[in-house]
Design a binder for this molecule. Structure first.
Ligand code: NAI
Length: 407
């Protein structure tokens, strides 16, 4: 790569994944950019469903801000072949973090130097996992990138045919490894998606500032732990974010303070800039601004955030009724690929995290896994998580060194 900056004219872009987020990103990229767009769908059923719609030349519908946009799909190339999927200047994984490993492993043998390999969102520790898989495939010169969250709250309306956007964040932090490509990635995404992607200093800021790791497990434990065995009628399913009460907001703030303590300890001892790591309230204000009607307290912000007005707690069907689904990604993604990664970094920084530990231990029991024993990283299921220790990073010196390296 020349001049320490990667090209921001991504002529060929691959989106990996066929879920809600991939539908939204595909629609916005087809609408806003002229790049050639690949959709890499390793799951055969999804490939077939997309292919059937594309063969009928049905335009795709994007429902956004009360408008319906009809988007031709001719420019979209669909594949389940990893070699074709990797033929891109920019590859964006838009899947839950537990699917990153399979996709990275399938694409890694074919990725060429100069490619930007991004996860939108990154969740915690994407950079540790991606670096390790690229190293195992003897790949060099690839820029790893990640995003602090997903820009939209969205759901598929009809598979491969339409997606609805419920809310759009004002800004989403972007970072890279090596860290100094962050500005190029940020500019490139600003242009592609016509949204603000402020550059973070390094990918550790993404891991610690991943607010989903606080919000999702925190709300599940704070607002729903006494409702797990209840059965709901279709029209009784509670809203998720709007169920935050004062006590749950306090729990979220305590968890957020513990992360800020980790930030302070690392900045103080390892000369790594983590200024993007913010409190949960600051992040809410920066991400949603005018979508929030009452900004006086975190509790009120959850109650009055318009983007949160219709999203329900995840449920599963049980005998014609509905029960809260503890195996939803709010716990199965946001703990092993989020909160636990931050906990592991806290342990390396020698910072205690009692509220975070409580949430992890309680949720682990619901999911049927063991990550912690007496607040320490000693559980038998740690191996299936993205803690840095699983990738040979056993000290903060080693982690800081990784983020300071320029090649
Ligand atoms: P989703 O559940 O709709 O999509 C899952 C997709 O991942 C599947 O359709 C499949 O294409 C792919 N996948 C799953 N397992 C796979 C495997 N083993 N191999 C290959 N592909 C596999 O998830 P969604 O909503 O698209 O979310 C993507 C990410 O965005 C997640 O991290 C989620 O937490 C985050 N996010 C999504 C939001 C939304 O409103 N959709 C809002 C905020 C964050």
């Amino acid at each position: 790569m020349k001049n320490n900056s990667c090209s921001i004219k991504w002529k060929r872009i691959t989106i990996c994944g066929g879920g809600n987020g991939a539908h939204a990103l595909m629609a916005f990229l087809l609408k806003n950019s002229n790049s050639r767009l690949n959709l890499y769908l390793p799951l055969r059923k999804e490939l077939q469903r997309f292919q059937a719609v594309k063969d009928r030349r049905t335009p795709f519908t994007l429902i956004f801000k009360d408008e319906e946009f009809s988007i031709p799909m001719e420019r979209l190339f669909i594949t389940s072949n990893p070699k074709e999927g990797a033929e891109a200047d920019l590859i964006i994984l838009v899947v839950p973090a537990f699917a990153h490993k399979d996709i990275l492993k399938s694409l890694a043998p074919y990725i060429r130097p100069g490619t930007v390999l991004a996860a939108l969102p990154a969740r915690g520790g994407f950079e540790f996992q991606a670096s390790e898989i690229l190293r195992q495939n003897r790949k060099e010169g690839i820029v790893i990138a990640g995003f602090q969250t997903f820009p939209w709250a969205c759901r598929i309306k009809e598979y491969a045919k339409s997606v609805e956007i419920y809310g759009q964040k004002i800004q989403v932090g972007a970072a890279s490894l090596p860290s100094h490509y962050g500005m190029s990635i940020s500019r490139g995404f600003n242009k592609l998606l016509k949204l603000e992607f402020p550059p973070y200093n390094n990918m550790l800021e993404l891991t610690l500032n991943n607010q989903g790791q606080i919000i999702h497990p925190g709300i599940m434990c704070g607002a729903f732990s006494d409702k797990l065995s209840r059965l709901y009628q279709d029209n009784e399913i509670p809203l998720f974010y709007r169920s935050v009460d004062k006590k749950t907001a306090d729990l979220l703030e305590s968890m957020s303070r513990e992360i800020l303590e980790v930030k302070r300890a690392i900045e103080h001892n390892f000369n790594l800039n983590l200024e993007a790591v913010s409190s949960i309230s600051q992040w809410m204000l920066e991400s949603y601004a005018d979508d929030i009607e009452d900004k006086s307290t975190l509790f009120k912000m959850f109650q009055s955030n318009l983007s949160y007005r219709s999203l329900q707690v995840p449920v599963k069907a049980v005998n014609g009724l509905y029960q809260i689904d503890v195996k939803s990604r709010y716990l199965t993604e946001d703990i092993p690929y989020g909160l636990l990664v931050s906990k592991a970094i806290a342990e390396l920084a020698d910072v205690s995290t009692p509220k975070i530990d409580e949430v992890i231990e309680r949720a682990s029991k619901w999911i049927g896994v063991q990550y912690l024993a007496n607040g320490k990283l000693k559980g038998k299921d740690l191996i299936r998580t993205r803690i840095p220790q699983n990738f040979g990073l056993d000290s903060l010196e080693a982690i800081a060194e990784m983020f300071k390296r320029r090649i």
